[in-house]
Design a protein around this ligand. Sequence first.
Ligand SMILES: Nc1nc2c(c(=O)[nH]1)N[C@H]1C(S)=C(S)[C@@H](COP(=O)(O)OP(=O)(O)OC[C@H]3O[C@@H](n4cnc5c(=O)[nH]c(N)nc54)[C@H](O)[C@@H]3O)O[C@H]1N2
Ligand SMILES: Nc1nc2c(c(=O)[nH]1)N[C@H]1C(S)=C(S)[C@@H](COP(=O)(O)OP(=O)(O)OC[C@H]3O[C@@H](n4cnc5c(=O)[nH]c(N)nc54)[C@H](O)[C@@H]3O)O[C@H]1N2
Ligand code: SF4
Ligand SMILES: [Mo]
Length: 670
Amino acid sequence: MVETVRFNCELCMSMCGMIATVEDGRLVNVIGDREHPASAGYTCSKGRALPERHYGDQRLDFPRLHGERVTWDALLDDAAGRIQQLIAQGGPNSVAGYYATGQAFSGGAYPMLDLLEQLGSNQVYSPMTLDVAPRLRAAELVTGIPFLHPSWFPEEGPTLCVMLGTNPSTSGGWIGSARSNLPQRLRGFQARGGEVWVVDPRRTTSAERADRHVAPRPGTDIFLLAWLLRELLDEGYDAHEVASACDPADVERLRATVAPFTLDVVAARTDLAADDLIELLAAIRRHGKVVVLGGTCLGFQPEGVVAEWLALAIMIVTGSLDVEGGLKYLAADNGMLDGPAWAFHAPEDGSVSPGPASRPDLDGMLGQFPSVTLPDEIESGQVRALIVFGGSPLTSVPDPDRMRAALAKLDVLVVIDPFDVEMTKMATHAMPCAWVTERTSFIHEPLQGIDRSYLSPAVVPPGGERQQSWWIIAQLARRLGKDVLDGLDPDTSDDDTVVRHLARARADFAEEVFAGGSHGAPVPTGIGWVHEKMLPGGRWRLAPRVLLDRLTAALPQESGGLRLVAGRRMKSLNSRVYAQGSDEAPPIGISAAAARDHAITSGDLVRVSSASGAVEGRAEVDAALGDAAVYINHGWLEQNVNRIIDRMPDTLTLQPVFTGIPVTLERVEA
Ligand SMILES: Nc1nc2c(c(=O)[nH]1)N[C@H]1C(S)=C(S)[C@@H](COP(=O)(O)OP(=O)(O)OC[C@H]3O[C@@H](n4cnc5c(=O)[nH]c(N)nc54)[C@H](O)[C@@H]3O)O[C@H]1N2
Ligand SMILES: Nc1nc2c(c(=O)[nH]1)N[C@H]1C(S)=C(S)[C@@H](COP(=O)(O)OP(=O)(O)OC[C@H]3O[C@@H](n4cnc5c(=O)[nH]c(N)nc54)[C@H](O)[C@@H]3O)O[C@H]1N2
Ligand code: SF4
Ligand SMILES: [Mo]
């Protein structure tokens, strides 16, 4: 029997529409769904390899207790019993959860967060403090609301897009830029007069599609942005927006703070040619409105939160946000658009969230503890049980050796993962869960810029003894005397019923989404609603004091020498290779200038060192890299770039600095 099933690939934020062919219950093929309203048939090598990965030999098929195969009942009983004992001894904060990218968009983490809350544990960790924290903090300081972010649609709005620290044609996009089918959509943008600039120390796949590419010295974007703002406040700003939606005192403070960022200073610090800078400024003035599309590597830089704020400030003063012809904001549901004005603004200097007891020097962030402090909490004896849900802390957090030693000290390490990975091998309780092709997902992430929400059905039932994530958490919860399914019985409820039930609580238009299936339904949006009902007093907080001070302090800082560059690659998604082909770590990218200076040729074994440590790997001399750039992709256990990342986070974002840090380079062997 042959049937076809439409579903969404939810590996990255593109959420491409797919059509699966299932023959006698076996997934044999997937192709892009040409009728899909967002992706229009587009897929990438990772999505096309779903069937191979689905049946690949890296799947986790059976529950394991201390490495031995057991029944689910035995595993869940043991885990719950031990957790109960730890809570009795050390209180609910003995149990922590790390929920991460593996199931970031399917809504699968909600039952786990619910369980922690019901247990009374404040031990929540996630890549929020390894990824998006600078963007959230900047939004919070400027709008009072951390989750309020503009979204770019190439088909409408400004005709100039400046990308910094993002490579959406490889990554599939990030907050505010989640874009499937980018190649075609960029061509459409250019056809309607759109101009794309890419600011990236690497000549990326996005740079190749752009009208202009400039390669700054890594970690210096704040200089470029501060100079643009300085010049635009002189000529090129939107007088109406500035007069009506900004505080005049803020505008004056901002002008004064950016005044020292002159063309000479900025050209020297960024290594960019003065002519290129002047042409970029002229382009903004010519187009009037501009999308400053930042990605992870904008906020990953030293002073990344300042960079995020400057990007927002440029869009505010050019009248590019939430106005006709500007960028829109997506709403979480209709209630957010039609309801009363927002009343929960953070104080002007940002909200403060309690930090972990073992690190009195650090705060938390929006109800979570910084991910870098998880080892502190384990070493201090506070955390004794950890539930890892779709994450790989060994490769995503600085100082992996310390992380590994801390994880090994835990009494209970529950790892819920569809694959047999380093974490499931370390787990006391390894719990195999369903993957993309085996579950129903309610994909609803408007606040991350995904402009349609989807109900993606399971293509085939879970293989092996894998279970749905909600089932695993609900069974654990039940044994701990809790209910995370709102009255539904995990023993008798089916996947589709549970997912729809949980979805209704997340969006008031969930039924429309269900009706659309993998084609979904558009999320509510509009123009002017942010000014009208979200901004505190209808005004942007254009010049947050804490950020002005940081910008001023950054002016004299040293930025010479070689610098680490972070960045993703097509075949892998963080620690997992999903596309077909080699599973080996990619080489360390060295610029031609650095190769010459250090007498390195491709294939040499090199060591890259920072103040925090060293990482070794094979070098590849890469003509696409700017002179100061040393490019290392993250996610690899051996060639782990997190060995050279400082585990002391930025005190405002609680996130480490992942790109633009000073490094030295040496050849270990030819
Ligand atoms: N194929 C693939 N797709 C992915 C992922 C993956 O691992 N692989 N991961 C997913 C995840 S978790 C996320 S958060 C998103 C992230 O999505 P993006 O933010 O788009 O991430 P990247 O593709 O790494 O793009 C960052 C770019 O910033 C550049 N860069 C580095 N340092 C600097 C700097 O100092 N200044 C400037 N201007 N640029 C700099 C890098 O060269 C890189 O090209 O991608 C998601 N999609
Ligand atoms: N040095 C450096 N460090 C970084 C970054 C960087 O650029 N440089 N990037 C940062 C960013 S943006 C992020 S998001 C983090 C990523 O950090 P993490 O999210 O911790 O790492 P991943 O490798 O994405 O972990 C994904 C895990 O989920 C599993 N998984 C896959 N599918 C599913 C599923 O359907 N369900 C479940 N339960 N599990 C699943 C995978 O097998 C894998 O074990 O790393 C951060 N760390
Ligand atoms: S991984 Fe590839 S196919 Fe899957 S959603 Fe992202 S871009 Fe689309
Ligand atoms: Mo991420």
